[in-house]
Design a protein around this ligand. Structure first.
Ligand code: HEC
Length: 114
C-alpha cells in the first residue's frame, strides 16, 4: 500500500470525526431536555437566551474550561444555593428533583456542551 501524505491526512480526518462524534454521543440530548422540561428549568433559562436566569450557553462558556465545572453545577442543582436574578432579587435556586444521579449528570453534561 502506498501511504501518501494525502491518504494519511484523510485517515486523520476520519479518526478525528469519529472521535468527536462518539464524545457527543455520550450525552443523551433528548433525556436531558425531558428532565429539564419536567423540572421547569426552561421557565428561567433558554439554551441560548437569557430569561430570569442566564442562558445555558453562557453558563457553559463559563464552566467548560473548569475541570470541576461538572461537579460545581451538580452541586448547584442539588443544594438550593442563592441565585441572583436578572432583576436583582435573590432567592434559592430550585433543586433538580431527580434522584437519578446519572440523569442529573447527563443534564449537566448537556448544558456544558451548549
Ligand atoms: C425561578 C427561576 C429559575 C429556575 C426555575 C431555574 N433556574 Fe437555574 N438559575 C436561575 C438564576 C437566576 C441563575 C443565576 C444564578 C447566579 O448567577 O447567581 C441560575 C443559574 C443556573 C446555573 C448556573 C449556576 C452557576 O453556578 O453559575 C445552572 C447550571 C442552572 N441555573 C441550571 C438550572 C436547571 C438545570 C434548572 C431546572 C432544574 C434551573 N436552573 C431552574 C434561575 C432559575
Amino acid at each position: 500500500m502506498n501511504h501518501s501524505p494525502l491518504h494519511l491526512k484523510m485517515l486523520f480526518a476520519v479518526v478525528l470525526t469519529v472521535a468527536c462524534f462518539s464524545a457527543q454521543a455520550a450525552v443523551d440530548v433528548d433525556a436531558a431536555k425531558a428532565l429539564a422540561k419536567q423540572n421547569n428549568c426552561f421557565r428561567c433559562h433558554g439554551t441560548d437566551k437569557d430569561k430570569d436566569g442566564p442562558a445555558w450557553n453562557k453558563i457553559a462558556a463559563k464552566f467548560k474550561a473548569d475541570p470541576k465545572g461538572e461537579e460545581k453545577l451538580l452541586h448547584h442543582l442539588s443544594s438550593g444555593e442563592t441565585a441572583k436574578f436578572a432583576d436583582g432579587h435573590e432567592e434559592a435556586h430550585p433543586i433538580l428533583k431527580s434522584d437519578d444521579a446519572s440523569a442529573n449528570q447527563n443534564l449537566v453534561d448537556w448544558i456544558l456542551s451548549l
